[in-house]
Design a protein around this ligand. Structure first.
Ligand code: A2G
Length: 400
């Protein structure tokens, strides 16, 4: 949606993948969906360096609601798990310079069976969220039919705008109609939503990450042109820091989400994150590539027979990013190539290896180079043009 919000993909934290619908605050007080969990995550975002990198949204997912609307027909939070109410939680989050997201569902019930938003309650729900100070709405689509969705998603967009409060609008609509044209109209989605979920929910495994990347790449001709400032495809949350990914696989998720101009919305436990996950998620160059101001989504360029794949994204200042992904399961593979083989023009380049910090200078398009790529791992390069006319090259080396 072109109203000035989300000029770059949103960054933040969302409860769902890691904390699901845990409402057992008696036996699992640390992990249940309640206001303390969101306050804890807000504290971590501010105190552990996330906010300054751009991770700013704290997003409540399903299972925050009371089973009943209030006497005015408004949604209300579960009184035991959110005793202070959402407005107070929003103040806590705003006081720390962060933004609050919330979840609702176009349909009779949310996916976990809490009260849904039907066509007749769209306006009141949008007004309720605005009155609480919500900054972001994830609008799911369980328990509705395609006609209700076709009416409801645009109506919610209008209703949010009519509140006068700027709220980012995330639409799960495409998932419920198969994710692809002609059933999904991506130009309409780009007009009414800031981001949208295209495909199945992510789970805590490399299989799940790979399946998502494969689907997005196989369908990139339909999906890639739909993205741009204010309108983003959403392959779902970052699961880095949980239980399912090795360090190499975590780097791969970060690299591929950066290439795909995907929302960087983590779902992990920021209170217990190991340093390797933290370094990957806080990698400044990976984040900068994801947040590039041109907002052009990248593409898979090549699938080699030996299960090495190459992904590419054009970036501002004539720079670009390359990701070399190994989908092999044997040993580190040597990959021989040149920039010319990857369709680069003649010129002099320098490459910065995003995860090792090493630099390769003196590359021209025909220079042959060899990379070693770990199984289910990546090498990620930020590529600048070398020897610009100016005082410094794009990477800060002496210029001409
Ligand atoms: O409901 C759906 O499965 C959501 N999926 C998932 O992200 C989570 O919100 C869950 C909560 O019950 C989509 O929005 C596509």
């Amino acid at each position: 949606m072109d109203n000035g919000l989300l000029k770059t993909p949103p960054m933040g934290w969302m409860a769902w993948e890691r904390f699901r619908c845990d409402i057992d605050c008696k036996d699992d007080p640390e992990n249940c969906i309640r206001e303390d969990l969101f306050r804890d995550m807000a504290d971590r975002l501010v105190e552990d360096g996330w906010k300054e990198l751009g991770y700013e949204y704290v997003i409540i997912d399903d299972c925050w609601m009371s089973m009943l609307r209030d006497e005015h027909g408004r949604l209300q939070p579960d009184p035991f798990r959110f005793p202070g109410g959402i407005a107070k939680l929003a103040r806590y989050i705003h006081d720390r310079g962060l933004k609050l997201g919330i979840y609702a569902d176009m349909g009779t019930h949310t996916c976990m069976g809490f009260p849904g938003t039907t066509l007749d309650t769209i306006n009141i729900d949008a007004q309720t969220f605005a009155s609480w100070g919500v900054d972001y709405l994830k609008f799911d689509g369980c328990s509705s039919n395609p006609i209700e969705q076709m009416l409801g998603y645009p109506l919610m967009s209008k209703a949010l705008n009519a509140t006068g409060r700027p709220m980012a609008y995330s639409c799960s609509w495409p998932v419920y109609v198969g994710g692809l044209p002609p059933k999904v109209n991506y130009s309409l989605l780009g007009d009414i939503c800031h981001l949208w979920r295209n495909y199945v929910d992510i789970q805590d495994s490399w299989d799940s990450v790979q399946g998502i990347v494969e689907w997005f790449s196989n369908n990139q001709d339909d999906l890639q042109p739909a993205a741009g400032p204010g309108r983003w495809n959403d392959p779902d949350m970052l699961i880095i820091g949980n239980f399912g990914l090795s360090v190499d696989q975590a780097r791969a998720q970060m690299a591929l989400w950066a290439i795909m101009a995907a929302p960087l919305i983590m779902s992990n436990d920021l209170r217990n994150l190991d340093n390797s996950a933290r370094f990957i998620l806080q990698n400044k160059v990976a984040v900068a590539i994801n947040q590039d101001s041109m907002g052009i989504q990248g593409r898979r360029l090549l699938q080699e027979k030996n299960h090495i794949e190459v992904y590419w994204r054009p970036l501002s200042h004539s720079a670009s990013a390359l990701v070399f992904l190994s989908r092999r399961t044997d040993m580190p593979s040597l990959y021989h190539t040149s920039l010319a083989k990857l369709k680069y023009d003649t010129g002099n380049y320098e490459a910065y290896d995003v995860f090792t910090g090493s630099t390769v200078t003196g590359l021209n398009a025909t220079t042959q180079f060899t990379l070693s790529i770990n199984p289910s791992g990546v090498v990620m390069w930020y590529l600048g043009i070398y020897a610009d006319m100016g005082t410094h090259t794009c990477m800060g080396f002496p210029g001409t």
